[in-house]
Write a protein that binds this ligand. Structure first.
Ligand SMILES: Nc1ncnc2c1ncn2[C@@H]1O[C@H](COP(=O)(O)OP(=O)(O)O)[C@@H](O)[C@H]1O
Ligand SMILES: [Mg+2]
Length: 254
């Protein structure tokens, strides 16, 4: 099957400050690919470049049939509708019900018209289905605010599924969770990658989590790709190169 994400010799720069160079990446349907690297290595920048939030200044970056280097007018909105995003801080609307938070995922595709028309019963059924899938249908009517971090991240996953995305980008989705919850959220994401053939690109800074929960690991250090291999061929020793401090500069302090 063709990859959903293709990155070749990617360069991302802000002015003359080059953040990423020489990154190569393929993400295939059904795969969970971990982006591993310490803080400041460029994980978020790579994710952002794939959704048009960071400037691609060289190489190839394609996602869900869109070419980031040759976007047509209006295409960025369609691209973002195709990409489910999960963030470290969940980004739910705290005073809104869990069900409505999930429903907002449908707005990506339907656009602003839907805000006027309201959601259809089909939308609600689907939202409940996804809430059930993440184990939270009993919380549908509750506000999002009092939910635990792990529960909030599950709601965010249901919201992403509501987009019927071609791919999910999860940027440090478990960094705010304790280890048990972190494991369960990553297990869920990997199951979803398999069941729905929706590939997941997940950034992580903790090595054992990447080794346990991914099919492939892309390792970044200082904006460069040092590792790209099936997880089965890697171990903590081989990955330790990502955490060697080459030099200290503003990158390491970010
Ligand atoms: N908007 C920006 N302008 C300039 N530099 C940035 C910007 N965003 C990130 N950087 C720099 O890019 C580097 C990589 O950051 P980031 O992608 O956030 O790393 P990570 O997500 O791996 O912690 C850091 O040195 C950071 O300071
Ligand atoms: Mg980051």
């Amino acid at each position: 099957m063709a990859p959903v994400v293709t990155v070749r010799d990617l360069q991302v720069a802000y002015g003359d400050h080059t953040i990423l160079r020489g990154v190569n990446l393929d993400v295939h349907p059904g795969e969970m690919v971990a982006l591993l690297g310490s803080s400041g290595s460029g994980k978020s920048t790579l994710m952002k470049s794939l959704t048009g939030f960071a400037p691609v200044t060289g190489g190839v970056a394609q996602i869900a049939g869109h070419d980031l280097t040759a976007l047509r007018a209006g295409e960025l909105r369609r691209l973002r509708a195709n990409v489910g995003q999960i963030f470290q801080q969940f980004n739910l609307i705290p005073r809104m019900s869990v069900l409505n938070n999930v429903l907002t995922g449908a707005l990506h595709r339907a656009g602003p018209l839907n805000l006027v028309g309201g959601f259809t019963s089909e939308h609600r059924k689907l939202a409940l289905h996804y809430l059930d899938r993440v184990g939270l249908s009993h919380k549908a009517k509750s506000q999002a605010r009092p939910l635990s971090g792990g529960q909030q991240q599950r709601v965010a996953i249901a919201r992403a599924l509501m987009q019927s995305p071609s791919v999910i980008l999860a940027d440090e989705p478990v960094s705010s969770l304790d280890p048990t919850l972190a494991d369960s959220v990553l297990v869920l994401l990997r199951e979803i990658a398999n069941e729905h053939a929706i590939p997941v690109l997940v950034s992580l800074h903790v090595l054992p989590l990447a080794l346990t929960h991914s099919d492939r690991i892309i390792g970044l250090r200082g904006g460069e790709m040092l590792i790209s291999a099936p997880t089965a061929e890697l171990d903590a020793d081989k990955l330790s190169v990502l955490y060697h401090e080459e030099h200290r500069d503003d990158r390491d302090l970010a």
